[in-house]
Write a protein that binds this ligand. Structure first.
Ligand code: SAH
Length: 239
C-alpha cells in the first residue's frame, strides 16, 4: 500500500490506485486552506471538521474509479459551488481541462481566486447557468465528460448535463444512497435527452454514514434543441 500524507491516512483505501501525481497533495492543501478561509464569509461547502472537508475531496476523486478514462479530456463541472468535484479532479489529471460552472457570481469568483492560489492552470471558473451555456455553439455537445454533485434531482441534473456532452461522452453523476432507484425512475428523461445508462460505481467514504454512488450516463444520440428548457424549468418541472 502507498503511504499517504498523515492527514489523508484515514482515506487510504479510497485513495489507493488512483494514480495521483506527486503534486496532488501540496496543491490540494493550498486549495483546501483557501476554501476554508473563504467559506467563513461565503457558504461554499458545509463541513464541521477538517476530516469532513477532506472527505468531500475523496468523494470527488471517486469518479476516477467510475470510468476507465484516459486524457486529454475536456470536462465540465455543472454547479461546482466551491469547486467540487472539478478542482480535485483537475489536480489529479493534468492533461484534463476542466470548466467549473456556477450560476452564482460570488462562487465563481471565489473559485477563480482558489485556482490562482493553488496554481491550477488546467481549470477555469465560468459564471453562468447550464440552461444558457448549453445553447451556445461554443459549449453545446462539446465536452467529453460532465460532472455534477449535489445540484438537484436526478432528472434535473440529466437535463443540465447531457446537452453539454458530445455524442460518445459520459456524465459522472455523484448521487447519494438512493442513486440506483433514481436511475431506474429516470428512464424516460434519459431517453428523451439522448442518454443511456452506463455503469454504477458504489462506495463508502469514512465519516459519511451512507453508501454513495456515481451513476455514469452515456450520451448515445444528439439531444433535441428543445433541451435544456429555459433557466429554472429543469428544476421546477423535472422531466
Ligand atoms: N457541486 C458542489 C456544490 C453544490 S451546491 C458540491 O458538491 O459541493 C449547488 C451549486 O449549483 C450552487 O453553487 C448553485 O449556484 C449551482 N447551480 C444550481 N443550478 C445551476 C445551474 N442551472 N447552472 C449552473 N449552476 C447551478
Amino acid at each position: 500500500m502507498v503511504d499517504f500524507p498523515p492527514l489523508w491516512a484515514s482515506f487510504s483505501a479510497q485513495l489507493e490506485g488512483l494514480s495521483l501525481p506527486a503534486s496532488f497533495f501540496p496543491q490540494v492543501e493550498v486549495y483546501l486552506a483557501g476554501l476554508s478561509d473563504i467559506n467563513t464569509s461565503l457558504n461554499l461547502i458545509s463541513f464541521s471538521t477538517e476530516e469532513e472537508l477532506r472527505g468531500h475531496v475523496v468523494d470527488s476523486l471517486q469518479m476516477l474509479r467510475a470510468g476507465p478514462l484516459s486524457g486529454p479530456l475536456r470536462l465540465v463541472d455543472v454547479g461546482t459551488g466551491g469547486g467540487l468535484p472539478g478542482v480535485p479532479l483537475a489536480i489529479s489529471r493534468h492533461d484534463w481541462n476542466v470548466t467549473l460552472l456556477d450560476s452564482t457570481r460570488k462562487k465563481q469568483s471565489a473559485v477563480s481566486v482558489l485556482l490562482e492560489r493553488a496554481q491550477i492552470s488546467n481549470a477555469v471558473a465560468l459564471w453562468g447557468r447550464a440552461e444558457e451555456l448549453a445553447h451556445l455553439v461554443e459549449y453545446r455537445e462539446s465536452f467529453d465528460g460532465a460532472l455534477c454533485r449535489a445540484v438537484g434531482r436526478f432528472s434535473t441534473v440529466l437535463e443540465l448535463t447531457l446537452p453539454l456532452l458530445k455524442v460518445g461522452g459520459s456524465a459522472f453523476l455523484h448521487r447519494g444512497f438512493d442513486g440506483c432507484d433514481e436511475l431506474a425512475e429516470a428512464g424516460k428523461a434519459l431517453a428523451e435527452l439522448g442518454g443511456r445508462p452506463g455503469p454504477i460505481f458504489s462506495y463508502k467514504i469514512p465519516g459519511m454514514e451512507k453508501e454513495r454512488h456515481i451513476i455514469c450516463v452515456e450520451k448515445a444520440r444528439q439531444t433535441s434543441i428543445n433541451y435544456p428548457r429555459r433557466a429554472g424549468i429543469p428544476a421546477k418541472k423535472p422531466l
